[in-house]
Design a binder for this molecule. Sequence first.
Ligand SMILES: C[S@@+](CC[C@H](N)C(=O)[O-])C[C@H]1O[C@@H](n2cnc3c(N)ncnc32)[C@H](O)[C@@H]1O
Length: 371
Amino acid sequence: MEKIKLCCPCHFGLESVLKFEVTKLGGEEITVSDGKVSFTGGIEMIARANICLATAERVLVELGSFRAESFEQLFEGTTALPLERFIGKTDAFPVKGHSINSKLHSIPDCQRIIKKAASKRLGGRYGVTWLEESGAVHQMQFNILKDICTVYLDTSGQGLHKRGYRKNSNSAPIKETLAAGLIDLARVRSDSIVCDPMCGSGTLLIEAAYKALGIAPGLRRSFAAQEWQQIPEEVWKEERSRALGLARQEAAFKAFGSDIDPEAVDLTVENARKAGVLSRMEIRERDVKNFTPPEGAITVCNPPYGERLLDIRAAEELYKRLGERLHPDAKHPCVIISPDENFETHFGKKADKKRKLYNGMIKCDLYMYFK
Ligand SMILES: C[S@@+](CC[C@H](N)C(=O)[O-])C[C@H]1O[C@@H](n2cnc3c(N)ncnc32)[C@H](O)[C@@H]1O
């Protein structure tokens, strides 16, 4: 069977979590670098990875890499790529990308050259001088890093954090893919009890439910490559039913969420209902100062960060309240994400382990307590 090379970008700090997910899916020749995991698999792996991966931002087909210090090299390198393997005669192939620390730095010029080269290759293969581009979108993406250009095709379309359950969010929701990473690092299992005393729109609790119940995060949405003629519809059907077969509806998982804001409580309920996991949750309005973790529960939390000085003081006060209520130990582990380097001082306990993570552009630490 023909092997395809795939590349999945992820949040910085979640590479090892994503690597483990890819291994479980059956990915082969896995390699990890900053912010991404690459691997190979058959054509079905495109569908499987899109449907099942919880911490990947998207699934890209890696078409090839070459040195590109000049526009000539960029043109020649692109025309040598096997574009017709995926892009059909009438398919659309827009181009976007970026360049870092390289001689070729004008993005519009690189886009133009790659488009021209791809058109030449495809026109030659299909024996036409004009490509109508009226068919399925095959987004080309280039990444030039230190003069090495890598060209990808995006199979996901919308980013994979868009699960289809969170139409609504409060002002500072955590991205679903990052939330899934936190849940993995918190060691949530099928029989876990999980709580979030500042649940916002409920993302951490919903991702915890997905992990515990074995619900594939992509089951409620579609992907760009579903429109590609090169991947038979049957493959998507098979992979969806494979993923459905992995669900563990009998799991004992339970989640408890609370928030001081009644609108956040309503949002969590609505999003959990959309995600199909509301029956596993108890959500209520409550100030964290009155919170007590349920017996044996894992606490996961993404407290407000505070951007202005006044808000920062309020955030520090909240970390203190959390510390007074949580008293983590082996039976009541907790993981809290915060950009505050003095978090442990406010919380009142040194973390058993810290892990650097990026929440978008914000450098954070995941403070992990499990002893
Ligand atoms: C950064 S948001 C959490 C976002 C959430 N993880 C999500 O994905 O939507 C922080 C939440 O803490 C809540 N909060 C602030 N002060 C609180 C308090 N004293 N007690 C409980 N919740 C509080 C806010 O209402 C807000 O929803």
